[in-house]
Design a protein around this ligand. Structure first.
Ligand code: UDP
Length: 162
């Protein structure tokens, strides 16, 4: 009987989402995030230093696009957010769509990257790829805020600070 109930319950989960520098129509993206049922638990605009951008994307340090990715990520303010929802990591990845916006427009036309990305590098948004990264990057960007957010009312989001 208990198992049956657990089968329908996913605990709230946090993921780190970023609106990358020079992304246009940021307000629309913020509205879309809330319309898709994510609570924006924390939000701040930050200009990353080179060192921070390198640390943030350290998993990609051996990739050919690493230095242009780091240059880009510190070229202007990033909007950093903790998004909270059941299954947030996977759902935010799905909401973003594929890395390459032309692929996104083909395979996931409603996704954020299909609609808001400029190109492969300046693809609008970032999201953690798994829960371990989510916890690590939330800690890195926001410090010790705790990541076991509890949603009191699924529809409630704190007021946006920009
Ligand atoms: N990127 C790029 N060229 C590539 C692959 C990735 O410029 O060939 C950039 C792009 O901004 C991407 C980021 O590097 O969002 C991180 O790449 P990843 O493969 O982790 O994609 P994501 O998880 O962001 O979809």
């Amino acid at each position: 009987e208990a198992e049956k109930e657990i089968g329908f319950f996913f605990p709230p989960e946090d993921t780190l989402a970023v609106i990358k520098p020079h992304t246009e129509r940021k307000e629309e993206i913020l509205e879309e995030i809330q319309a898709r049922g994510f609570s924006i638990s924390h939000l701040k605009d930050t200009i990353l230093s080179r060192e921070m951008a390198e640390e943030f994307y350290k998993e990609h340090r051996d990739k050919p696009f690493f230095s242009q990715l780091v240059d880009y990520m510190c070229r202007g303010p990033c909007t950093m957010m903790v998004l909270t929802k059941e299954n947030a990591v996977e759902e935010w990845r799905a909401a973003m769509g594929p890395t390459d916006p032309s692929e996104a427009r083909r395979t996931a036309p409603g996704s954020l990257r299909a609609r808001f990305a400029k190109d492969m590098l300046e693809n609008g948004v970032h999201g953690s790829s798994n829960m371990e990264h989510a916890h690590q990057k939330i800690q890195f960007i926001f410090g010790d805020i705790g990541t076991e957010s509890v949603i009191i009312d699924g529809a409630a989001s704190p007021p946006l600070e920009t």
